[in-house]
Design a protein around this ligand. Structure first.
Ligand SMILES: [Zn+2]
Length: 70
């Protein structure tokens, strides 16, 4: 099980739907290529500075992401 919580002043949450590679990108970009899947662009989810997100990746349940605002 993989369980992480972030609380950064983040800008973009990047998620590859093919391999579940994720990252927080501290820059304004329109597209971002997955480092693991050649020629695959990842999903980019803009995050406000006061938003938190939490995600879990479990082998049997798949990917789960939650956003919350404080
Ligand atoms: Zn990928």
């Amino acid at each position: 099980m993989f369980d992480m919580m972030f609380d950064y002043e983040h800008r973009l949450f990047a998620l590859c739907e093919s391999c579940y590679w994720t990252a927080t990108i501290f820059a304004k970009v329109k597209s971002y290529e997955c480092p693991l899947c050649p020629d695959k662009n990842v999903e980019l989810i803009p995050l406000n500075l006061d938003e938190k997100y939490e995600y879990q990746l479990e082998p049997n349940k798949g990917f789960d992401i939650k956003f919350s605002r404080h």
